[in-house]
Write a protein that binds this ligand. Structure first.
Ligand SMILES: Cc1cc2nc3c(=O)[nH]c(=O)nc-3n(C[C@H](O)[C@H](O)[C@H](O)COP(=O)(O)O)c2cc1C
Length: 167
């Protein structure tokens, strides 16, 4: 198996918990999961696959810890790496910026030389707008633990089946 690292930014623990669930489902140990505030350039460059998770705050913004994390990642050589995105939002209270942080990360790193995988259909979601939707698909795994927690496991499994080829 390749070297897979999961970096998450999470203010109230929701995305952190999801990072743990993803690691469990992939059979990865806890040492693969890191808070993005601890991200180093060297660590990111060692990985083959980066699973990057952020909740969305403000009005479609990255989770706070991602600002420094993104600055670090932008200095790293990501050429040839595989990146997949996941994140939590609230499609009812913030329906016009639902999970937009994923779009933020994608736009910041799309020209980095990394290959983005794990794009997901928007079917079954109830939101009005999202920067995470590009060419009609979410650029990663969008989750809504506030309103649709019962859909989370199935959504993670579908996303992971998209990633399987690259892990
Ligand atoms: C002040 C505030 C702003 C938020 N802004 C958004 C938003 O723009 N889009 C969205 O999808 N969710 C938004 N959310 C919902 C959070 O992303 C959601 O509760 C998420 O599960 C938090 O995950 P975390 O605990 O990992 O940070 C917001 C929540 C709060 C309290």
């Amino acid at each position: 198996m390749k070297d897979i690292k999961i970096y998450y930014g999470s203010s109230t623990g929701t995305t952190q918990e999801i990072a743990g669930r993803i690691a469990d489902k992939l059979g990865l140990g806890k040492d693969c999961i890191k808070d993005v505030s601890n991200l180093t350039k060297e660590d990111a460059e060692k990985a083959d696959v980066l699973l990057l998770g952020s909740s969305t705050w403000g009005s479609g913004d990255l989770q706070d810890d991602w600002y420094s994390g993104m600055d670090t990642l932008k200095t790293a050589n990501l050429d040839g790496k595989v990146i997949a995105l996941f994140g939590c939002g609230d499609s009812q209270s913030f329906g016009d910026t639902f999970c937009s942080a994923l779009g933020n990360i994608y736009n910041a790193l799309k020209d980095s030389g990394a290959t983005f995988v794990g794009f997901m259909p928007t079917d079954g979601y109830d939101y009005s707008d999202s920067e995470a939707v590009i060419n009609g698909q979410f650029v990663g795994l969008a989750l809504d633990e506030s309103n649709e927690p019962e859909k989370t496991d199935e959504r993670i499994d579908k996303w992971m089946s998209e990633l399987k080829l690259y892990l």
